[in-house]
Design a protein. Structure first.
Ligand SMILES: *[C@@H]1O[C@H](CO)[C@@H](O)[C@H](O)[C@H]1NC(C)=O
Ligand SMILES: *[C@@H]1O[C@H](CO)[C@@H](O)[C@H](O)[C@H]1NC(C)=O
Ligand SMILES: *[C@@H]1O[C@H](CO)[C@@H](O)[C@H](O)[C@H]1NC(C)=O
Ligand SMILES: *[C@@H]1O[C@H](CO)[C@@H](O)[C@H](O)[C@H]1NC(C)=O
Ligand SMILES: *[C@@H]1O[C@H](CO)[C@@H](O)[C@H](O)[C@H]1NC(C)=O
Ligand SMILES: *[C@@H]1O[C@H](CO)[C@@H](O)[C@H](O)[C@H]1NC(C)=O
Ligand SMILES: *[C@@H]1O[C@H](CO)[C@@H](O)[C@H](O)[C@H]1NC(C)=O
Ligand SMILES: *[C@@H]1O[C@H](CO)[C@@H](O)[C@H](O)[C@H]1NC(C)=O
Ligand SMILES: *[C@@H]1O[C@H](CO)[C@@H](O)[C@H](O)[C@H]1NC(C)=O
Ligand SMILES: [Zn+2]
Length: 637
């Protein structure tokens, strides 16, 4: 803990220095910004959400495209969900979805894709507001370093009918009868033939999943405060407890990170987190397990194919799932105990980045979602360099990465400029073959994530003092612990998600419909030719892919985020199991026995900490949680 505080101070001082603005300047700037931007977030109704997205498309055509899924997938057999009492064609609900990326960059087809669902349940109203304001925020602040590497698909209202009329299910008329379907029980996973793909919402999501190639997803709900991940179905229960999935290490660590970034405030509790079966309850037909496992689980064991029914009335073609399409790290977020907590709890525009000024349900979920997106694809936040006295100084930072397992600085003399630096290196061997030599190497330092990045710097010295041209390359490997196999995962196979596979396999490639996921086990940046001189050349911080507008705001955000991290470090509300490696303290992975929660191989203080966490959990189960379990039958989450 002491170390942690010390490190924070050093970094804060560093950043304060970097920005070179007096406190007064910063305060003045923030006050001005506050007057412009510190408006309270209003609740947006169905119509306002649709309009907001089309408006954003008009304003930012290079960064967002908006579709109406009903027209896009143009299937006349989709159940007709109306958003008004008159059932005329123009009253069909609009299932709008938006794609946000940098369309001007030809590489966007290979950016990391993630999917966000606002609300399967119409009366759980926080999610649609989170996603609509998040879209606006990303587009209005294009320095977030998200547009340059992410491909974000947002379905702000997964149940527009329920949202517009404030009820849970989606209803339509079938053979003269009104049929209502719970969209999050309507996916072909651990359910029966006549109980899947009966809703327009679930079928539209299936179409979206067949079209894109998602690495990860978040689906928003309401009714409690928790973050859960697979398994979340009855076929993955053993007596009363849930089974871990083969990707538990990644699920757990990214889930815990979201809980930490979500924070804890006087009126807003910290997110509990854990596998859905334990922390919420098992269901049949859920989107979470389907989107994580439908591409691979049925191939593991022929008997598992019974978990994947055909759905009555749906063609084989529509049901067909490719090997690449359903391998997502999918999270379910229960945003609030109250499904409709009122707009006074949403927060203000400014709080999205300034969490020290209070926090709302909408703002904290925007912040944790943006952080989540950023962490899906590590990259270099900045690389700066300076030459003087015939030496060369390089500084770099990795973002979107909690722990830099390994980073190297490589150098190549290139006086004749016979070699051209190219930006498509993908392995260390390639760099070595191309004449680079390892100058310095570091292992296991805290790389951390955006806004709390720690830097590596290195002076390169040469044997003889003369001017020369060099090329440099920086090689890093991130978060290798996320890829570890969990011995008690079920089924007992290697991790299956794209996320883990692309980080652990340096030749990984997955493809769907012209979109690719390439390995990001190593991230490599090369620069050159650079001049080594006897006078000082300083390249100002070269914030890659970033506009110059909001440095000062980021400074506040930075400090704010730090306080969460340092507080969050020792208080984990995430329940259990195998790993406890992230967070700022980075204790080595705590080994817990999986099935009986008993502890092994832990230093005493950590054992006490764990026991505290667990007793909290038990209290929840016996107190608050029970209530949820009871109300679930009538009410559902
Ligand atoms: C989008 O891509 C274009 C072309 O590569 C680039 O010039 C621009 O800076 C990018 N915009 C952002 C916000 O990354
Ligand atoms: C996308 O990745 C694929 C597979 O690695 C590659 O062949 C293709 O050139 C990449 N596309 C772009 C535009 O970078
Ligand atoms: C879901 O799986 C459980 C356990 O295998 C099974 O008992 C149950 O019948 C399944 N549900 C459906 C609807 O098939
Ligand atoms: C619409 O869905 C039906 C049932 O799944 C299928 O037979 C048909 O091919 C689909 N049509 C289109 C245009 O996708
Ligand atoms: C260069 O070396 C001189 C003499 O050793 C020293 O005074 C000066 O500070 C150095 N300059 C830089 C930029 O390191
Ligand atoms: C980059 O370098 C690699 C390895 O030397 C080479 O195969 C590739 O063709 C180069 N690409 C470009 C665009 O120069
Ligand atoms: C790595 O990925 C490639 C391409 O997707 C695949 O062929 C290979 O089997 C994978 N290697 C391992 C060890 O999983
Ligand atoms: C480098 O430049 C400084 C003055 O800028 C000079 O005093 C020094 O001798 C130079 N060093 C070499 C090795 O040329
Ligand atoms: C950078 O900042 C300057 C001065 O504030 C401003 O005029 C310019 O438009 C900004 N550039 C971008 C890309 O935001
Ligand atoms: Zn729900």
């Amino acid at each position: 803990m002491k170390f942690q505080v010390g490190a924070s101070l050093v970094l804060i001082l560093f950043f304060a220095n970097l920005i070179r603005a007096s406190d007064d300047d910063i305060q003045k700037y923030l006050d001005e910004q506050g007057q412009i931007h510190n408006f309270p977030l209003k609740h947006l109704n169905y119509k306002q959400i649709v309009e907001t997205f089309y408006q954003l498309e008009k304003e930012y055509p290079h960064y967002i495209k908006v579709y109406d899924a009903v027209q896009q997938f143009n299937n006349e057999t989709l159940p007709k969900a109306y958003c008004s009492n008159t059932q005329s064609p123009q009253d069909l609900c609009k299932f709008i979805y938006a794609v946000i990326t940098n369309y001007s960059d030809p590489k966007h087809v290979n950016f990391t894709q993630s999917f966000f669902s606002g609300n399967f349940h119409g009366d759980e109203v926080v999610g649609p507001n989170v996603l609509t304001y998040m879209a606006k925020y990303i587009l209005e602040k294009p320095d977030l370093n998200i547009l340059s590497k992410s491909y974000i698909v947002i379905l702000p209202m997964s149940n527009p009918q329920g949202y517009s009329q404030n009820y849970r299910e989606e209803c339509s008329i079938k053979n003269g009868k009104k049929i209502c379907t719970d969209i999050n029980r309507d996916f072909p996973y651990n359910t029966t033939e006549n109980k899947c793909f009966q809703s327009a919402g679930a079928r539209i999501i299936n179409y979206i999943w067949k079209k894109y190639l998602f690495t990860a997803a978040i689906t928003f709900h309401g009714g409690m405060t928790a973050i859960g991940w697979p398994w979340g179905s009855k076929n993955h229960m053993t007596t009363s407890k849930g089974q871990l999935s083969p990707d538990q290490s990644a699920f757990y660590n990214l889930g815990k990170r979201m809980s930490e970034v979500g924070g804890e405030y006087p009126d807003i509790p910290k997110y509990d987190c854990g596998i859905l079966n334990d922390i919420i309850y098992p269901v049949e037909g859920s989107f979470e397990d389907w989107s994580y496992a439908a591409s691979w689980e049925k191939d593991i064991d022929p008997s598992f194919s019974s978990y994947f029914p055909k759905c009555s009335g749906i063609s084989d073609d529509e049901l067909q799932i490719k090997d690449s399409t359903a391998r997502s790290l999918t999270y379910l977020i229960e945003t609030t105990n109250n499904k409709s907590p009122g707009e006074h709890t949403y927060g203000t525009w400014q709080q999205i980045q300034n969490n020290d000024k209070g926090q709302g349900h909408v703002t904290r979920n925007i912040r944790l979602t943006l952080d989540f997106i950023n962490n899906l694809s590590p990259s270099y936040e900045l690389v700066t360099h300076k030459s003087a006295n015939y030496t060369f100084y390089v500084k770099w930072a990795v973002e979107g990465c909690h722990q830099v397992s390994n980073t190297k600085l490589l150098v190549r003399e290139n006086d004749q400029q016979s070699n051209v630096v190219n930006d498509s290196y993908y392995s260390l061997q390639q760099l070595l073959d191309d004449g680079f030599q390892i100058y310095k190497e570091y292992t296991d330092y805290q790389g951390k994530v955006k806004d709390i990045t720690s830097f590596r710097s290195q002076v390169i010295e040469f044997e003889d003092q003369r001017e020369r041209l060099i090329d440099i390359a920086i090689f890093s490997e991130c978060d290798s612990f996320l890829t570890e196999k969990v011995s008690s995962g079920q089924p007992t196979i290697e991790p299956q998600s794209h996320f883990v596979r692309s980080r652990s396999n340096d030749s990984y490639i997955a493809e769907n419909n012209g979109f690719f996921i390439n390995s990001n086990k190593y991230i490599i940046k090369s620069l050159g030719p650079l001049k080594v001189t006897n006078y000082s050349i300083y390249t100002e911080p070269d914030v890659i892919n970033s506009a110059n507008s909001s440095q000062k705001n980021d400074y506040e955000f930075l400090i704010a985020l730090f306080s969460i991290i340092t507080v969050g470090a020792f208080i984990s509300y995430c329940i259990y199991k195998k790993f406890d490696g992230l967070g700022a303290n980075n204790v080595s992975f705590q080994q817990l026995q999986d099935d009986d929660h008993q502890l092994q191989q832990l230093p005493k203080s950590q054992q006490q900490q764990q026991q505290q966490n667990q007793s909290k959990k038990v209290q929840n189960k016996e107190g608050g949680m029970k209530q949820y379990e009871l109300s679930h039958e009538e009410d559902g989450l």
